[in-house]
Design a protein around this ligand. Structure first.
Ligand code: NAP
Length: 281
């Protein structure tokens, strides 16, 4: 099976390691390439994918939306999220899927939680925040608060969530006092910004907002490098449950591999082995 991940930048993508680890556990012979495809170069890559007989490919920035016109069919979730991260190639045609949201939902389930009935606080309003906000809405969240540096981006996602899911969604700023107020009674906080990521100098300047969360709440960071961000350390110090972005990374890849192979994967069964390989590789 020949697979690839495309994007720009792509140098630091862990996809070859993650998919390699999963497909190795399944004893499937495979080739997984990392290909730099710049904005506007999708068509050229798609011709290459057909010539090279790729079974499928993963997409990252800046192609998750640009791929839409080239797809023969789009999975319902991907259509709802307006973003595709997985393409299956079959009989010369391209089929689009989105495994990001279900990947996160599986990581959340592994932490013994779900979106249903929760007051959710999302920090950031980029592509992934949008997907997770919609997923939370479709999964029966009670209310979703989206806090972002640029208010208009959070406001846009809130409008989409309300229109698509009917769930209450409110945009707010990321200043100290607003964060403290919004976090009051919060049950699931998700960091979907790069604050705290290795190589990023910026970080939250104050963590007192964590004091306002419910005592049984969970704080999750989509970042997996470092393994434990300062946000997660501060949350743990306050006795809150935490998990990082590795689960989402691994589960979304397993879901993509199920699409490529057409076979169910014992995801929980191979999860820790795959994580170990990813952490060491
Ligand atoms: P994105 O579209 O670039 O959005 C980034 C968001 O972070 C924007 O809302 C941006 O705010 C905010 N932000 C950036 N720098 C900031 C700063 N210095 N202070 C405050 N806010 C800042 O990124 P994305 O694709 O949604 O990804 C978001 C995060 O998830 C990244 O850390 C990424 O590594 C991680 N991620 C993890 C997985 C996984 O599998 N675990 C998968 C995908 C992404 P503005 O709107 O104001 O610019």
């Amino acid at each position: 099976m020949k697979l690839a991940v495309i994007g720009d930048p792509i140098k630091h993508s862990l996809s070859p390691v993650v998919h390699g680890a999963i497909l190795e556990q399944l004893k499937l012979t495979h080739e997984y390439q990392k290909i730099q495809v710049k904005k506007g170069e999708l068509e050229r890559f798609l011709r290459f994918a057909l010539e090279e007989n790729l079974s499928g490919f993963n997409l990252t920035m800046p192609h998750k939306i640009d791929i839409f016109p080239y797809l023969e069919d789009i999975d319902e979730e991907a259509r709802r999220f307006g973003a595709v991260n997985t393409v299956r190639v079959s009989n010369g045609k391209f089929y689009g899927y989105n495994t990001d949201a279900d990947g996160y939902a599986l990581a959340l389930k592994q932490a013994g939680r779900s979106f249903a009935g929760k007051r959710i606080i999302l920090l950031g309003a980029g592509g992934v925040a949008r997907t997770l906000a919609l997923k939370a809405g479709f999964s029966g969240a009670d209310q979703i608060w989206i806090l972002n540096r640029t208010a208009s981006a959070a406001e846009e996602i809130c409008q989409d969530v309300i229109r698509e899911t009917g769930v209450k969604a409110v945009a707010a700023d990321m200043d100290r006092e607003t964060m403290r107020q919004v976090c009051c009674g919060g049950e699931l906080l998700i960091n979907a910004t790069p604050l705290g990521m290795e190589g990023v100098t910026a970080n939250f300047s104050d963590f007192s907002f964590l004091d306002s969360l419910s005592q049984d709440s969970v704080v999750s960071d989509l970042i997996y490098h470092p393994e434990k961000t300062l946000l997660l350390k501060q949350a743990e110090d306050r006795g809150l449950s935490v998990f990082n972005g590795l689960g989402m990374l691994v589960f979304q890849a397993m879901l993509a591999d199920e699409i490529y192979t057409g076979k169910a994967i014992d995801k929980e069964g191979i999860f820790s082995k795959v994580c170990d390989i990813v952490k060491n590789g």
